[in-house]
Ligand binder design. Sequence first.
Ligand code: ATP
Length: 245
Amino acid sequence: MLEITDLHVRYGRLTALRGISLTVQEGEIACVVGPNGAGKSTTLLSISGVLSPAEGTITFDGQTINGTRVEDVARMGISQVPEGRHIFTGLSVEENLQVGSAVRKDKDEIRKDFKRVLETFPILGERRKQPAGKLSGGEQQMLAIGRALMTNPRFMTIDEPSLGLAPKIVDRVYEVLIDLREKRGLTLLIVEQSSERALKAADTMYVLRNGEIQLHGKAADLQDGVEVHKAYFGFTEDHENEVMI
Ligand code: ATP
């Protein structure tokens, strides 16, 4: 469904991505984990059309999308839940959801999607007239996911869904994400700093460090976490003990 090939992205003289390649199959949950500054957000911003790559290609259903405008990427069925959620705290919950459907014209379908989002997240229905700034962190994450769903996506990227949330709330967010895949057939690309929770939910896992993919494979094959840990921190067998001291 989504294929990234040899992607290079630069911010001026700084190279943030150095030739990464990754594939997300339809119906899959793929996860990219990596430390601070690895290039995770840069990868997602390149997919959504916010950043233009210096080299390489991104295809969606076989069509090249790099260089495509953000609104057109959204119209193709790709939606992004950004890092830090970026909800509009002064707007009501309902208005925030309407922002998600602003580029659409299919009014009846928008109404149905709105209903579906409130069924998925009943708390948003209860609070629909309240300012979004009054919601807890977990509820704001639900709202950010709900807003992304209002674009009626087939493919959703989520930047650090667990950021700043208590473990119980993180579990709930992941339950929702897994449900969206199971019940709506949504394809998901999640990026996280911590690999533990993401490994449990993902079908495939990529470890990104310093702008390069260090390791990738089926999440089930990487479950014990040792290989992921080494790739994440750059340990080698020979130096593992040294570095850990
Ligand atoms: P984090 O977990 O901190 O969000 P990340 O893996 O998402 O990290 P990116 O935000 O993609 O990493 O950053 C990759 C590199 O690009 C880092 O070295 C970062 O400092 C740099 N970078 C990111 N955004 C910009 C920008 N707007 N201008 C200049 N450099 C940037």
